[in-house]
Design a protein around this ligand. Structure first.
Ligand code: SF4
Length: 358
């Protein structure tokens, strides 16, 4: 369980329910009240240290945005992101937050959750005929802070009462203790990002091993949650075929087929800025070996033939082990979809609706 070294509360938020929950759950953690979270800059801007300081503050901008895949030449699954936290206590070598949040002095949990849910409710009510998939795992792991914030106690009842929305909580943790006490009424998918043990050992600091993730997934299933699986980022390494094949077998052995909502695949994506950050923070990482080429969004990816080969291999294992479970590619081009599935990607609305109906 993540326990912050320090909690900083922005003045005015002291009585927010989330703040009171955090203080009750980790009473030994020192607390300070600040006029503005930027005051923490005095403690230094080292990114690793920033991940251990938790700021509790209201979010001032909108909470809801469209997934970035919907803005370019990539196939899109019409996914909405609800930003309830910024930064993550885990430390994956490939994480884009190192660049996106460089210079941040903390990780932040937004305390005005009611406002976030009111904003979301407006969208859901305005388009009652549509089905939405909403995720919280874009700028943070969805559950890593949950043992401290108890955020899922606000989220799960909200979605349980919403017939046209499905919540996805995306994680690499085992933090399901709160979740399993709630009734999701089939409106919540808990998704695990999974990778072979060699990748986890080399590049996912602070995460838990696959057997523990799958054991947590089984607990979630037993409490009525559906499960999503993400092979993202897929990373080519010596023995990748055995690694991913064994992983597919382990998933199929651990989870009941009818409770797996979807599987996604996506290969590593890097900007030049992120490469520089990774080199600086993890100089020995094996992640940066091999050549990559820029995609339509400017991000560096493995050469297309390698990506297609990996997707096809894993798709074949999945078809055997998890027949009928929807499979989609994340942040990929229509051309790669065509080569992997023998068909172009479904239209954004169609794919989104298919997944949201799971
Ligand atoms: S779990 Fe996700 S958000 Fe957290 S460090 Fe890893 S990639 Fe980044």
């Amino acid at each position: 369980m993540f326990v912050p070294e320090l909690i900083a509360i922005e003045r005015g938020a002291e009585r927010a329910p989330m703040v009171e929950r955090c203080r009750a759950r980790v009473p030994a953690v020192p607390v300070m009240v600040v006029d503005d979270r930027r005051e923490l800059a005095g403690l230094g801007t080292d990114f690793t240290a920033a991940k251990r300081r938790l700021v509790l503050a209201p979010r001032r901008g909108p909470f809801l945005e469209h997934c970035p895949a919907g803005r370019g030449a990539l196939a899109c699954c019409n996914y909405l992101v609800l930003n309830l936290a910024s930064n993550c206590p885990l430390d994956c070598h490939y994480c884009f937050l190192q660049e996106y949040l460089a210079g941040n002095v903390s990780l932040t949990a937004y305390v005005n959750v009611e406002q976030a849910l009111a904003e979301l409710a407006q969208v859901l009510d305005r388009h009652a005929e549509r089905r939405f998939r909403v995720g919280t795992g874009e700028l943070a792991d969805s559950l890593a802070l949950d043992p401290v914030t108890g955020l899922c106690r606000d989220l799960v009842p909200f979605f349980a009462a919403r017939p046209n929305a499905l919540l996805e909580l995306k994680t690499k943790t085992t933090a399901v203790d709160d979740l399993v006490q709630l009734d999701p009424k089939d409106r919540v998918v808990v998704s695990w990002s999974l990778a072979p043990p060699a990748v986890i050992a080399a590049a996912e600091e602070g995460t838990v091993p696959i057997p523990a993730r799958l054991a947590a997934a089984r607990r979630a299933v037993a409490s009525g949650y559906k499960i999503g699986v993400h092979f993202d980022p897929m990373i080519e390494h010596a023995g990748w075929e055995e690694g991913y094949r064994d992983l597919v077998a382990a998933i199929a052995a651990a989870l009941p087929l009818e409770r797996v909502a979807w599987v996604s695949m996506g290969t590593l994506r890097l900007t030049a800025g992120l490469v520089a950050r990774i080199r600086a923070r993890f100089p020995g990482t094996p992640l940066l070996g091999g050549e990559r080429v820029p995609g339509p969004d400017g991000k560096l990816r493995d050469f297309q033939p390698l990506r297609v080969r990996m997707y096809r291999r894993i798709r074949a294992w999945l078809a055997d082990a998890l027949p009928g479970v929807p499979l989609y590619l994340c942040m990929e081009t229509p051309e790669v979809w065509q080569r992997v599935f023998g068909a172009p990607p479904p239209a954004e609305q169609a794919l989104g609706a298919l997944l949201a109906a799971r």
